[in-house]
Design a protein around this ligand. Structure first.
Ligand code: PEP
Ligand code: MN
Length: 346
């Protein structure tokens, strides 16, 4: 249920409604808007019998039943897009944001070379995995805390906030010490203990879509994070499993306009993991921007042939620079600037 307050409702009115909701045994989630405050009610199963009582409280304009199974993430709850400010980088606003960097942090030199190159081309968030979810237990598992320290050094060096994956509940606090955004990987999208734990973290979370998850499953996972009190959630489409294997996964860009209708959360798309081949990354990055996404995640490596993970899909720095120039033109066609490009001396 959603309680819509009058435009002129006072803070006392809002507090009084929250108190009544709490007394009914539910949770009140006030959401101030540009013209009026709305208060989401969670913790109920089905319709609330006392809804008519809430409707009579001073300052209440309407009580609306939210039909979607997810509440806090839904557009019904919040009409305006959520815009996150990550150290001055706005995600979900008008500007397209590009997160780029290596799949895995491998060494100081590899990370710094890549970070400098992607920043010079206009990326505004640095990615790099320190804890890696690998299909095979015999593959490289990541540098761990040493990798996190290198990411923090790269942030100092370039000024770019960093995003890195957290794989289990035990390492959330450690990763949150270093990262500006916690990445929750596709393989963990329905790890409910982890979703709850990052929901209690103070860091924004980027939730990648599960390999075989529907949009509804995905939004319900985002709801877990928000229901624990963390409003800063970003969604990332990274390809799903279908019957065809011409590419590593099938990039489901048709989900983007659907998500736009269903949720207010920022939407990032990842053509690197979706396609698994560098030749497909540029065309699908262009398509991602055209589909209406708020940004991209792109893997870049100075020497892909020697990358310890995902070399086949990693772009050389010069190819990444070309991608940035091209997506800027596609972004212009959908009336959006690319963050980080306007300040470059091109
Ligand atoms: C990654 O970003 O390096 C990664 C492992 O992504 P995904 O969870 O989408 O496979
Ligand atoms: Mn990768």
């Amino acid at each position: 249920m959603l309680v819509v307050m009058d435009a002129h409702a006072s803070q006392e009115h809002i507090d009084a409604v929250c108190t009544v909701i709490a007394e009914m045994g539910f949770h009140a989630n006030p959401m101030p808007g540009p013209t009026r405050t709305a208060i989401g009610i969670t913790g109920n199963e089905g319709a609330i019998a006392e809804a008519s009582r809430i409707k009579l409280l001073p300052g209440v304009r309407d009580v609306i039943r939210v039909t979607a199974p997810y509440k806090l993430v839904s557009r019904e709850y919040r009409e305006l897009n959520t815009v996150l400010d990550i150290n001055g980088v706005l995600i979900g606003g008008q500007d397209i944001v590009v997160m780029a960097g290596p799949c895995s942090v491998e060494s100081r030199e590899q990370l710094f070379t890549t970070a400098d190159a992607v920043r010079a081309a206009g990326a505004t968030v640095l990615r790099g995995g320190a804890f890696k979810p690998r299909t095979s237990p015999y593959s490289f598992q990541g540098m761990g805390e040493e990798g996190l320290q290198l990411l923090a050094e790269a942030r100092e060096r370039t000024g770019m906030p960093v995003i890195t994956e957290v794989m289990d509940t035990e390492t959330v606090d450690l990763v949150a010490e270093y990262a500006d955004i916690l990445q929750l990987g596709a393989r963990n999208m329905q790890n409910y203990a982890l979703l709850k734990k990052v929901g209690r973290s103070r860091r924004p979370v980027m939730l990648k879509r599960g390999l075989s998850s529907t949009v509804k499953d995905w939004l319900l996972s985002a709801e877990y994070i928000m229901a624990e009190g963390n409003p800063a959630v970003i969604l990332c489409e990274r390809g799903i499993r279908t019957f065809d294997n011409h590419s590593r996964f099938t990039f489901d860009l048709s989900a983007v306009p659907i998500l736009r209708e269903l949720t207010h959360l920022p939407i990032i798309v990842d053509p690197s993991h979706a396609t698994g081949r560098w030749q497909s990354v540029l065309p699908m990055a262009r398509a991602g921007i055209a589909s209406g996404a708020d940004g991209l995640m792109i893997e870049v490596h100075p020497n892909p042939a020697f990358a310890v993970s995902d070399g086949e899909q990693s772009l050389l720095p010069e190819r990444f620079a070309d991608l940035m120039a091209q997506i800027e033109r596609v972004a212009a066609a959908v009336d959006r600037p690319v963050a980080g490009r306007s300040t470059l001396a091109l």
